[in-house]
Design a protein around this ligand. Structure first.
Ligand code: ATP
Ligand code: MG
Length: 413
């Protein structure tokens, strides 16, 4: 038997209804904030992610699904959404749209990860990008929207952590201080950290190796190095969140796994399982880095698998069950039933009938197993009289109905 590849997941119907709930809710909230959907390709030129995400990140160095296509191009399955969305924004001249441009997406992502709980190789993100303003209000709006989305999804054990990682100017100073702090112990860090020390020392703070995490205890905090502009921006974000009574914690260890972030970064972490369900931040340099006009932006991505996991524990959602099952016995009744369920469906009623030549007894058993609310039984006698019994499957109560879709629809109400 061929099995699914490691790190992938089949979403069976019983779980798919939870996914639909998450998708419907997110879509509704995006609508309330003026975000419209964008869909971009599953694969892009590898260079997009090398430049966008950053070539010293875990994602680019270790996790990308990269291959050469038959035309000799280097192609990568998207490991995240922002780079592709920003590429599309630039390529399609979206800078001429009313600013800011507000986009959302719901897409599968691909990363060659160490598979573990809540960590897959194919996973899904519902995300948002707000492109075209450096205002702190944009940060607040993005965080509010993320919070509202999680609230409607019953994520009440999820807590908001925020940080600012400054701009290239203040970061330059910080990186020197960080290097001075790390240098005496550098030979004890993992090989990856060592290799990043010169080019991108902040990546070391995001290392998942235990030894590196321990060594990082007490490292200087970027917050102490912010320039006036970044400091003001962060103060304004915090003050407005306070006014909105949105609770948060400052976590100076958040640096995020992708290089394009600037200023505000944030994560919503589930307290019970310790997993981040939604994360994001500002990326003021990315549009320019990808050859667009210098355009500030901010966004987030929510991990659908992780949210679905938590939501299933809190609410039991299920697929709809038939309003009515039409049981029949005999050739004429069978044909009549086929016409009748079609009539009922035209009236927007979820109706089913047997299509496998089951016995009447087996039809009732099936109707019960699929949770039909009513069963109507049609035989030759019913066809002659034009009347049939409609049985309420939960109470066992039976009422008589005329054999036409209008009357049945009425009775079902
Ligand atoms: P982590 O530090 O947990 O690896 P990250 O910084 O790589 O996270 P992002 O790229 O910002 O995460 O992704 C945003 C969200 O997408 C995460 O908070 C998580 O909910 C989800 N996510 C990321 N990678 C995976 C994965 N491999 N499997 C399932 N969900 C994921
Ligand atoms: Mg990761």
């Amino acid at each position: 038997m061929i099995q699914r590849p490691k790190g992938t997941k089949d979403i069976l119907p019983e779980e798919a209804c939870t996914w639909q709930y998450i998708e419907d809710n997110s879509k509704r909230i995006f609508g309330q904030y003026g975000f419209t959907e964008i869909r971009v390709p599953v694969f892009e030129h590898t260079e997009l992610f090398q430049r966008g995400v950053g070539d010293t990140t875990d994602v680019v160095q270790k996790e990308m699904y990269t291959f050469e296509d038959k035309g000799g191009r280097s192609i990568t399955l998207r490991p995240e959404g922002t780079a592709g969305v920003v590429r599309a924004y630039i390529e399609n001249g979206m800078a001429s749209l009313p600013s800011p441009v507000k986009l959302w997406y719901n897409m599968a992502m691909y990363r060659y990860e160490n598979v573990q709980k809540g960590r897959y190789r194919e996973f899904h993100q519902i995300g948002a990008e707000l492109i075209g303003t450096s205002s702190y209000e944009a940060d607040v709006e993005i965080i509010c929207m993320a919070k509202r989305m999680l609230d409607t999804l019953e994520m009440n054990t999820v807590k908001l952590n925020i940080n600012s990682i400054g701009c290239p100017e203040c970061r330059a100073q910080y990186q020197e201080a960080l290097k001075d702090w790390i240098r005496p112990n550098l030979d004890r860090y993992c090989e990856t950290c060592k290799s990043r020390f010169d080019k991108n020392p902040m990546r070391i703070l995001d290392c998942k190796e235990k030894i590196c995490k321990d060594l990082n205890e007490g490292a200087p905090a970027i917050l102490d190095y912010l320039c006036d502009d970044c400091k003001n921006h962060f103060e304004n974000v915090k003050a407005t969140l306070d006014k909105l009574k949105i609770e948060y914690k400052i976590d100076s260890r958040i640096v995020r796994g992708l290089d394009y972030y600037t200023k505000t970064v944030f994560e919503f972490v589930d307290e019970e399982n310790g997993l981040t369900v939604l994360a994001g931040g500002r990326y003021d340099g990315l549009v320019k880095e990808l050859d667009g006009q210098d355009t500030p932006a901010i966004g987030f991505a929510m991990g659908v698998e992780r949210v679905a996991d938590l939501l299933t524990k809190k609410v039991k959602l299920s697929n709809p069950t038939p309003e009515v099952y039409v049981a029949q016995i005999g050739q004429e009744p069978n044909i009549f039933a086929t016409l009748l369920v079609e009539d009922l469906r035209s009236k927007n009623i979820y109706a089913q009938k047997d299509i496998t030549a089951k016995s009447l007894k087996a039809q009732f058993k099936y109707a019960d197993r699929i949770g039909a609310k009513y069963v109507i039984t049609i035989g030759d006698d019913e066809l002659k009289s034009g009347l049939a019994k409609l049985k309420n499957m939960s109470t066992g109560e039976e009422i008589e109905t005329g054999l036409n879709a209008d009357e049945i629809a009425d009775k079902l109400k």
